[in-house]
Design a protein around this ligand. Sequence first.
Ligand code: MG
Ligand code: MG
Length: 251
Amino acid sequence: MTGERIPVYSPREIESIREAGRLVSRVLEEIGRMVRPGVTTAEMDREARRMIEDFGAKPAFPEVRQYPATLCTSINEEVVHGIPTDRKLQEGDIISIDCGLSKGGFYADKAITWAVGRVSEEARRLMDVTRRALDAAIAELREGAYLGDVCAAIQRTAERAGMSVVRDYTGHGIGRHLHEPPQIPNRGTPGEGPRLRRGMVLALEPMVNLGTWQVRVLSDNWTVVTLDRRLSAHFEHTVAVTRDGSDILTL
Ligand code: MG
Ligand code: MG
């Protein structure tokens, strides 16, 4: 996390990232409307790709190790990087959908976890805690804050609820590329790490597990699952640091 320069963007560049952020939000809003028992993740992926092409934008994930789809669709114990398939969603599932795109050379990245119909009380609580962890991280952003303040807020929110944060995957800077410095772990110590400057743009993305923090990658070399196969949730926003706070670019 040290040593690499964290890019700083001008107000004009941030408006370009916001344009990408608006588009990615529209995609996820539309895909969220499709979430119901019986729909397949491949159907959602096709719709997302169609929308992104209509926007004159490009799906970002295929640029990463030739990821084979537009969306990551991670169901239940799947943490991140679930590949869309013909699997049908079932009542009681939770599904984390992650989408990244670029428009005019600027990237935005966003993820939301949805309930499929009625879900268990613990699933609902997990989603609520994960969303609150993202809100808590965003609340720490401002010029002069430490990156560790942001990471610690995520960890604190999850652990106080008796849940754990995923350690093997992190948030990241974003802007001219999908992944830029810094890496943003979902755990940390206040007052540590680089200091934030206005114009930095960060993809904050808590991944919270009901049980163990440990994960493994399935034999498809992508899908990350919890080691104990208990539920995991994921929320992400692309956010700019401002003088006294933050500006969420994926609304
Ligand atoms: Mg993402
Ligand atoms: Mg991301």
